[in-house]
Design a protein around this ligand. Structure first.
Ligand code: NAI
Length: 439
């Protein structure tokens, strides 16, 4: 099939590359000409394991290309995906749909007859109706169907997730569009990945419900961690004890500094807004967002409490600033409010991240950027693990204890064994584990 993918970001680029790997002919279109030029040169605009190889293979075999010429790419496509950003709208927290609607306006006049337009962006209920209205207004004779096909991939494991999804959700009542989408996903269908066919509004809501539910699990276990600290229990064992129950499941039960990233905060907020607009408030999610917002800054108090509440003039090494490992994405990373709070308390902050340094430099002011974990820790009063990159698990604790000014580790991801850290002469402070310093 001929596919046009509008937006070559995390979702558009990964989806486009995977569709081409399925054997489809794919053009990824992006309005950012610099991004298209670097993709044409084989440079990836994002850090995603395996992506450069996947792109190179499919470009080499002539199935994948990049363009900023929307018209020619779309006019030759049987299926047009919209995978542009839907960030939080400044001021009110609704999803900003301006990029989606701009894409709809741009494609309206150039769509071939019988095209299937698919929103892959995460969009609130009713957005598909508006995309369809925009297209029909400009092109009344086009036989266009607008389908919702939300994406569930995770950054850092995006290719695996795309090729082995837990499920694919396709929202349309139109029989022809369903068979076109079945053809698009045929290799996954053959792999027995479940395809859930539903109506468009249900598909749109499913994505927000999924992300908000996962965010709720994280916020829940974080509050249990706080309670565990107060009552002398161990949250990791509680998480295991509840997670082995199949009705609960073990994933997303890791206590930490609060959720962040490009999706959960904005999607939870957009669901709240949809609920309020429709007089069906999702109060649980409202609480999740409020609790999570407070938590990130509160983690700085946890660091301060390891020093009796005062870190003025102390030097703090922060390891890991991206919102999770295996990505360079800094959007809404918990490290941002945490570092700001440390600075507000008068601390000097040093930072190291294995791949996020370039993005981090665009975000942080007045921090010292270091090129490895040891140089970051040297002379510091505390080492704070904010993102659980694999390489931080293997740090030489003995060496760290000799180069730091004061041996304190605040492990906001619970990656270390407290006993081992303490054996190396550190004061250890985790999250929701015995001897963790509360905030
Ligand atoms: P992104 O910001 O990385 O990429 C969006 C791209 O679209 C940018 O490269 C931008 O230049 C381009 N663009 C914007 N308007 C355009 C237009 N009119 N024509 C051509 N290109 C245009 O965004 P990301 O992270 O890929 O997210 C896209 C959507 O997918 C969002 O709705 C997001 O919520 C959703 N999503 C994101 C996931 C993630 O892990 N990042 C996972 C699942 C869904």
């Amino acid at each position: 099939m001929h596919i046009a993918m509008i937006g070559a970001g995390y979702v558009g680029l990964v989806s486009g590359a995977c569709f081409s790997d399925f054997g489809h002919q794919v053009v990824c279109i992006d309005s950012n000409a610099e991004k298209v030029a670097s993709l044409d040169n084989g440079e990836m605009p994002i850090h995603e394991p395996g992506l450069a190889e996947l792109v190179a293979r499919n470009v080499g075999q002539g199935r994948l290309s990049f363009s900023s010429d929307l018209k020619s790419a779309v006019s030759g496509a049987e299926v047009v995906f919209i995978a542009v950003g839907t960030p939080s709208r400044r001021g009110d927290g609704h999803a900003d749909l301006s990029y989606v609607y701009a894409a709809a306006r741009e494609i309206a006049g150039v769509l071939p007859t019988q095209a299937v337009v698919v929103t892959k962006s995460t969009v609130p209920v009713g957005t598909g109706d508006e995309v369809e209205r925009i297209i029909r207004e400009q092109n009344p004779t086009a036989k266009v169907t607008v389908v919702s096909n939300p994406e569930f991939l995770r950054e850092g494991a995006a290719i695996r997730d795309f090729k082995h999804p837990d499920r694919i959700v396709i929202g349309t009542d139109d029989a022809r569009a369903r068979s076109v989408m079945a053809e698009v996903y045929r290799p996954l269908h053959l792999n027995a990945s479940p395809i859930l066919y539903t109506d468009r509004r249900t598909a749109e809501l499913t994505k927000y419900a999924a992300n908000s539910f996962l965010a709720t699990k994280i916020a829940f276990i974080n509050e249990i961690a706080d309670l565990a600290e107060k009552v002398g229990a161990n949250v990791q064992e509680v998480a295991r004890g509840i997670g082995l129950d199949n009705r609960i499941g073990q994933k997303f039960l890791h206590a930490g500094p609060g959720f962040g990233g490009s999706c959960f905060p904005k999607d939870a907020m957009a669901l709240i807004k949809t609920g309020q607009d429709n007089e069906a408030p999702v109060r649980i999610v409202e609480t999740v967002v409020a609790v999570n917002d407070q938590r990130k800054r509160a983690m700085a108090r946890k660091v301060a409490n390891a020093f009796g509440g005062n870190i003025r003039g102390k030097s703090i090494a922060v390891l890991g600033v991206t919102f999770k490992p295996e990505t360079d994405d800094m959007r809404d990373a918990p490290s941002i409010p945490l570092i700001t709070a440390l600075q507000d308390m008068g601390a000097e902050v040093r930072v190291f991240d294995p791949v996020g340094m370039e993005q981090a430099k665009k975000v942080f002011e007045n921090v010292t950027f270091c090129d490895n974990a040891y140089r970051c820790a040297k002379g510091c009063h505390a080492l704070v693990i904010v993102t659980e990159w694999e390489q931080f698990r293997a740090l030489d604790l003995k060496e760290l204890s000799t180069i730091m000014a004061c041996p304190v580790i605040v492990d906001l991801r619970n990656i270390y064994s407290p006993e081992e850290v303490e054996r190396n002469g550190f004061l250890y402070c985790g999250v929701g584990r015995p001897k963790s310093v509360a905030y």
